[in-house]
Design a protein around this ligand. Structure first.
Ligand SMILES: Nc1nc2c(ncn2[C@@H]2O[C@H](COP(=O)(O)OP(=O)(O)OP(=O)(O)O)[C@@H](O)[C@H]2O)c(=O)[nH]1
Length: 355
């Protein structure tokens, strides 16, 4: 059996990258725990500690299953629940029968729990663990040792908890930075394919139809030229605020280019998306930006069609936006619906002809 780590492949988006790192962490923890514990099965057996030996066999079997499932099925066997349970029970029982020789295993076990379980579960499990170890130490060792063990194990848990909490925060912050545009706080292109694909799946599986709107400011270059880049930035920030104000919580707002935005509207038909696009354009033109910068925008609307890929869907919207610009700007154009595929390729049909 090949026990090397699963291959590192480049993740297609930041969320998948974080999941990939977690997978590697779980894999390595189980792998090295297996290497460390497997010889102890024999040692405990030779010392006639059959129950402990059986528990360690279970621990090793679980480690092998987790490693195997990660490699072969890309899933996390029992979500790692057996590792903490067995580690806690084995460490406590081993301390009870082996004294200090068993106690040493409590420290790596306590730290490992923070990397395998969600933070709250790890804290709860470690509290139970420290209490069990305190009881075992109280029964097994002199009082001075009981205090030393309880406090040193408690401190180990505390340090591991702080570290795991900070790593979790760092992961969240890095994911946020990698998936959002720093100027406007909108989503950036990194998750665009995944989010459009999930809407396509809703369409294919449940007939739940989504639409998207592309919105692009008109003659934005002149704003930069006339008022400066900083004013241009402020206009973009205010635009994102105005758009967000009009959208629902479930809608997703992307900044996909300099002054181009995209809104993904789950469970929204073309007709409703078109009405919303008109309202968004009104929210741009109704009031000047930064008190006296008057602006308009152009938009396109595209409802997802059966069988199309996200790039075809986005491309149809792009073409319609191009038309809105070409037809004089400050207007909404509905994307052409694709014709049903004949043989290899279907051609797009204008919306008016489709309806
Ligand atoms: N201030 C600012 N300007 C940006 C940013 N990103 C892109 N731009 C500018 O946006 C302008 C886009 O210009 P064009 O693509 O010609 O589009 P436009 O002037 O809006 O013209 P139409 O789209 O054809 O109506 C360029 O001048 C870019 O420099 C940004 O983050 N901040």
């Amino acid at each position: 059996m090949n026990l090397s780590a699963p291959p590192d492949t480049l993740a297609s988006n930041p969320t998948l990258a974080v999941l990939g790192f977690k997978r590697q962490l779980v894999y390595h923890l189980h792998f090295w725990a297996f290497i460390a514990v497997a010889p102890l099965v024999m040692v405990q057996w030779q010392q006639s500690h059959y129950l402990l030996s059986a528990m360690l066999i279970l621990f090793c079997a679980n480690a092998l299953l987790v490693i195997g499932f990660l490699r072969l099925r890309d899933t996390y066997f029992l979500k790692g629940r057996l590792f903490p349970l067995l580690a806690v029970v084995c460490a406590a029982y081993s301390t009870h029968i082996n004294g200090h020789a068993g106690l040493y295993w409590a420290y790596p076990a306590a730290a490992a729990l923070f990397f395998l379980l969600p933070l709250r579960e790890a804290i709860g499990t470690n509290i139970v663990f420290v209490v069990i170890m305190a009881v075992v130490s109280f029964l097994r060792f002199p009082e001075a040792d009981f205090w030393r063990i309880t406090f040193s194990l408690g401190l180990t848990c505390l340090f591991a908890m702080i570290f795991a909490w900070l790593v979790g925060k760092l992961q969240q912050e890095l994911t946020r930075l990698a998936t959002t545009d720093p100027l406007t706080g909108c989503l950036n292109r990194s998750q665009l394919a995944d989010i459009l694909n999930s809407q396509i799946q809703m369409r294919e599986r449940y007939e739940r139809v989504s639409s998207l709107i592309l919105l692009d400011l008109d003659y934005f270059k002149t704003i930069n030229d006339q008022w400066g880049h900083l004013a241009g930035d402020k206009v973009l920030t205010e635009l994102a605020l105005r758009l967000r104000k009009r959208l629902r919580e479930s809608d997703q707002l992307f900044r996909i280019g300099g002054e181009e935005f995209m809104v993904v509207l789950p469970e929204t038909r073309q007709k409703d998306a078109d009405a919303l696009a008109h309202q968004l354009l009104s929210s741009v033109s109704a009031r000047p930006f930064l008190d006296d910068i008057k602006l308009t925008a152009s938009a396109s609307v595209a409802e997802v069609s059966k069988g199309e890929t996200w790039s075809v869907w986005l491309n149809r919207a792009d073409q319609a936006l191009y038309e809105a610009k070409a037809q004089g700007r400050n207007q909404v154009v509905n994307a052409a619906r694709p014709l049903p595929a004949i043989g290899q390729g279907g051609r797009a049909m204008p919306d008016s002809a489709a309806s």
